[in-house]
Design a protein around this ligand. Structure first.
Ligand SMILES: [Zn+2]
Ligand SMILES: [Zn+2]
Length: 258
């Protein structure tokens, strides 16, 4: 399996518009973070997880030219705002209709924002067309390849935690959550790769801080853990150097294979 970090920034992106970003070394490209989403290749299938405002440019930069299915972790703007640009991937499918999975709130937000994309076929040639479905606990995406989901608390809503399994290999993606539930920890236990949202150094009511993410990485015990969805308060060079063994900061464009 392969996971590509197309973006690793928080909802405003990094650096922040009209803000004192002097704590960041902006000569280091790894401190330029677009909104967080990942592309996963598993079982010969291409799964896109979330599509924020920079989704189009992220696809071009990472040479993403095919998507078989889309999973929206939750309906916040930094994860859903780029979904119109899924149009090109719909157009390339024989059915012109992209399977889209999310939780109840995510589906509600898609219906509200993209009412023109919900028919059985594109409204016009080249328009997006989504085949919506609730994300099940387990989705078989290819023989021997599954995606498990678990709800995670994210302020007033829930987000989908995802665990991809192919043969003996396992990777977990838990972004935008305040903590990992016991169910999520058990699903991810012994993963080859764990990705956790780690917003900033100071605590936050709906996201894990870097310290909290390190604690949960230790609990899960993956072979390697990467942190994403970071604000401008985390400088790559400073933060990466202080992490315990097996923990790393992700950056835009990083691709990992398990
Ligand atoms: Zn977010
Ligand atoms: Zn969020």
């Amino acid at each position: 399996m392969k996971l590509t970090f197309m973006g690793t920034g928080t909802s405003q992106g990094v650096p922040v518009i009209g803000f004192d970003n002097s704590g960041l070394d902006l000569s280091n490209k790894r401190n330029w973070r677009m909104r967080s989403n990942v592309h996963v290749e598993a079982g010969g299938r291409h799964i896109q997880v979330d599509a924020g405002p920079e989704f189009r440019i992220q696809c071009l930069q990472n040479r993403i030219d095919w998507i078989d299915l889309f999973i929206l972790t939750h309906g916040h703007a930094d994860h859903i705002a780029g979904m119109d640009d899924l149009r090109r991937f719909c157009d390339r499918l024989a059915s012109n209709r992209l399977p889209v999975y999310s939780n109840e709130y995510g589906l509600e937000r898609i219906r509200a924002m993209f009412p023109y994309a919900l028919g059985d076929a594109p409204t016009q040639r080249g328009y997006p067309c989504f085949k919506l479905a609730p994300m099940p606990k387990m989705l078989e995406i290819a023989p021997g390849c599954r995606v498990h989901s678990a709800p995670l608390p994210h302020g007033g809503i829930e987000t989908l935690g995802l665990v991809f399994e192919e043969g003996e290999k396992k990777l977990a993606y838990f972004c935008d959550c305040k903590l990992l539930t016991r169910e999520a920890v058990e699903l991810a236990r012994g993963a080859d790769l764990l990705v956790l949202g780690a917003l900033r150094l100071a605590p936050h009511p709906s996201h894990m801080s870097l310290e909290e993410a390190v604690k949960f990485a230790d609990i899960v015990g993956a072979k390697v853990s990467y942190f994403t969805h970071m604000t401008s308060h985390i400088d790559y060079g400073v933060g990466e150097g202080r992490l315990p063994k097996g923990c790393h900061l992700a950056y835009d464009g990083l691709a990992l294979e398990v």
